[in-house]
Design a binder for this molecule. Sequence first.
Ligand SMILES: [Zn+2]
Length: 210
Amino acid sequence: MMNVCFQCGMYHADKTIDPSGPFAICPDCGYKHPFKQLPLLIVSGASGSGKTTVCQHLLGQVTRLVLLDSDILWRPEFNTPDTNYRDFFETWLRVCKNISQSGRPVVLFGAGVGVPENIENCIERRYFSKVHYLALVCSDMAISDRLQHRPIWRGTREPTFEEEHIRFNRWFMEYDSQPPIKIINTTNAPPGTTAMQVGAWIDKIVRPSD
Ligand SMILES: [Zn+2]
């Protein structure tokens, strides 16, 4: 429960970070809370780009990081486009921050978390040394084909859903800003190959010997 001060007991998500510790400093009493400021890794992409398949491939293979799918916490009360789903992203960063305190960084898989402005503007962002973004992309045809083959209950065969995710997929391909997003094209790649590429990206950021 990192947001509750050990000294004065007040709740603050917006502590001041002193990188020399690093410490999270309580704005009420000045207590310097030592914490682990680890990187956060995000694997994103539109629906149908291959995120879930890659996550399944890497689960149990990559064990020095914690792999999580952001969909597992989704609830109707998070569906607040007027706030740009802020509570959902803050909640995820708080979960990842607390997991990180056990010494293992998180790889978070999900669509919306891959848009840097959704994450970089969050109050909880400060507790990570850096957020690394990767997006899986593929051709419009591949997205469409994959979404049409999902079970009907998921709603991915709806034309509006498909159009939205084709647009989102193109947004990643055209993204040319800061922070950078590493792009991996999955159009013709077998899932195992994509998973290996993502695994290599993870290894580069959090070296196996660390
Ligand atoms: Zn305090």
